[in-house]
Write a protein that binds this ligand. Structure first.
Ligand code: FES
Length: 165
């Protein structure tokens, strides 16, 4: 089936265009909207965005590939992103990542077979003061230890909220 925005997304796209001086400048919010609608930015989705913005598919792909916030592959329900940049690395992000790899049975860039968890290693998420940290979907988890990390994952694996509320 051809890739096409739903009516709400078409309306949102039209509104996005009013905020930018030209279509090219609207590329990032349009990619974000496409990711929300389609789950990830497949080649077909990037080609669709290119057509909407009157840009080359190669240019759209170059922008999408530069930012880790744009997903180029299908993601699991819980997208776990571990910062391994300097501040986090100095206080143990390597151990956090290792314990996640072991618990989930996947490496960065992979998704569990049941589609529940995707794991990625990312650059600084601007939370250096509370390192080590990870982001799961829209939430930051800071001041991590391996114990705290596994508690969060176990709550999510059991279908509960990560915060244990
Ligand atoms: S280095 Fe990890 S949040 Fe900045």
């Amino acid at each position: 089936m051809a890739v096409e925005f739903s009516k709400p997304s078409r309306d949102h796209f039209a509104e996005i265009l009013t905020r930018y001086p030209n279509k090219r400048a609207a590329i990032m919010p349009t990619l974000w909207l496409a990711q929300k609608e389609f789950g990830h930015l497949s080649t077909d989705v990037m080609t669709y965005v290119a057509r909407l913005l009157e840009l080359s598919p190669a240019f759209v792909a170059s922008v999408a590939s530069f930012y880790t916030m744009y997903y180029k592959r299908p993601m699991g329900t819980h997208h776990v992103q571990v910062c391994t940049n300097l501040s986090c690395a100095l206080v143990g992000s390597g151990e956090i990542l290792s314990c996640l790899e072991k618990r989930l049975g996947i490496r960065p860039g992979e998704t569990t077979a049941d589609g529940r968890f995707s794991l990625d290693e990312v650059e600084c998420l601007a939370s250096c003061g509370t390192a080590p940290m990870m982001q799961i979907n829209d939430d930051y988890w800071e001041g991590l230890t391996t114990e705290k990390t596994l508690e969060i994952i176990e709550r999510l694996a059991a279908g509960g909220p990560a915060a244990g509320e």
